[in-house]
Design a protein around this ligand. Structure first.
Ligand SMILES: [Zn+2]
Ligand SMILES: [Zn+2]
Length: 182
């Protein structure tokens, strides 16, 4: 999806994209699905592109649901994402986009550069998608994980291992006492 910047008005230009309606977003979703992401909802982008010459600012929200595997208990669950993003877009003269200086600046200043009159939304939305997924997804913030010994999911049952291994201040004291007596 390419936005022609000359067609934008000064100030805010609102956008609403839904993968159920927009073919480019549907394709983006299908590309991500091929990488292993199982979507449980359409991908929705609500954003506005603000033109403040000579630069542009894209601010908005990315909304979708995707199946994830919990980093602690390994159970699959649905991650609901509604993530805000903000991208600064700076125009560079034609043919300068591939120069190493521009690439370096882009990384350092967190700016996306675009060439000519068009802003390509696909790489921006793809990048924001990856940024919006936590590095370690948890099925719930207090997920208890799995027992290292018997592999039981501690969210659904308490195994015996936990009882045997439980360390109370008292048991620690006992061990210290025993050590001193020797
Ligand atoms: Zn979990
Ligand atoms: Zn166990």
């Amino acid at each position: 999806m390419k936005i022609v910047v000359t067609s934008l008005v000064e100030g805010e230009n609102p956008f609403h994209f839904d993968s159920q309606k927009e073919s480019w977003l549907k394709e983006l979703l299908s590309d991500l699905s091929k990488e292993g992401y199982q979507f449980k909802s359409p991908l929705v982008v609500n954003a506005h592109l603000t033109k403040i010459e000579p630069d542009f600012y894209l601010r908005g929200k990315l909304k979708f649901s995707v199946e994830q595997s919990c980093a602690r208990c390994a159970e699959n669950f649905i991650l609901n994402v509604n993530s805000p993003f903000e991208v600064t877009l700076a125009n560079v003269p034609s043919g300068k986009l591939s120069s190493s200086k521009i690439t370096e600046e882009s990384k350092e200043l967190d700016i996306n550069f675009f060439e000519g009159n068009e802003i390509d939304l696909n790489p921006i939305i793809t990048e924001q998608f990856f940024l919006s997924i936590p590095y370690q997804s948890l099925c719930k913030p207090d997920c208890l994980g799995i027992c290292q010994q018997c592999g039981a999911n501690l969210n659904t049952k308490m195994c015996q291992c936990a009882e045997k291994k439980s360390v109370t201040p008292f048991s620690v004291l006992q061990e210290v006492k025993l050590f001193k007596q020797e």
